[in-house]
Design a protein around this ligand. Structure first.
Ligand code: ZN
Length: 154
């Protein structure tokens, strides 16, 4: 697996990404998830299995299991931190904003801000093949929510 060129990015970004990458390995599991989505990127072997507990349209627990590169795992870790307490709609809005911060024509540090630690991932903007890694967990989120909504109420 090709390593992310950490020596080419800002120290602050690198520290945030690595901190989340390490933390991602010791996260508590989410039991009896309402949303579960397994997203896999065959190109680099990255995987994120996202699990959410949803109560009255709000995410009360968020976690994931995964394997793969530091960017994928760090991004999923930051995402699950950011999701707790959000409604599903707010989670989708956050996913849109995050995606735009990586792929859109937005100068770093501008109004797209307010993403907290996630802003560190703007470092991958300069490495297009890694954008897919940073978005893998988010893609699991969007598809998981879609599946959840499509499911008939129990
Ligand atoms: Zn990757």
């Amino acid at each position: 697996m090709q390593k992310f060129p950490f020596d080419q990015i800002d120290d602050l970004y690198r520290d945030v990404i690595l901190r989340h990458y390490r933390a991602s390995r010791s996260r508590p599991e989410v039991h009896d998830p309402d949303v579960e989505y397994d997203e896999y990127n065959p190109i680099c072997g990255d995987r994120v299995v996202l699990r959410l507990r949803v109560v009255q349209g709000r995410i009360v627990e968020a976690g994931f299991k995964g394997e793969g590169c530091s960017i994928t795992q760090a991004s999923a870790s930051m995402m699950t931190d950011a999701l707790k307490g959000l409604t599903l709609q707010e989670a989708e809005d956050l996913a849109d904003r995050f995606r735009l911060s990586l792929t859109g024509d937005v100068p770093p540090g501008s109004p797209s801000g307010g993403l907290g630690d996630l802003e560190a991932l703007q470092a991958v903007r300069a490495f297009p093949v890694r954008i897919k890694c940073a978005l893998l967990g988010w893609s699991a989120l969007e598809q998981g929510i879609e599946e959840y909504r499509a499911r008939p109420a129990a």
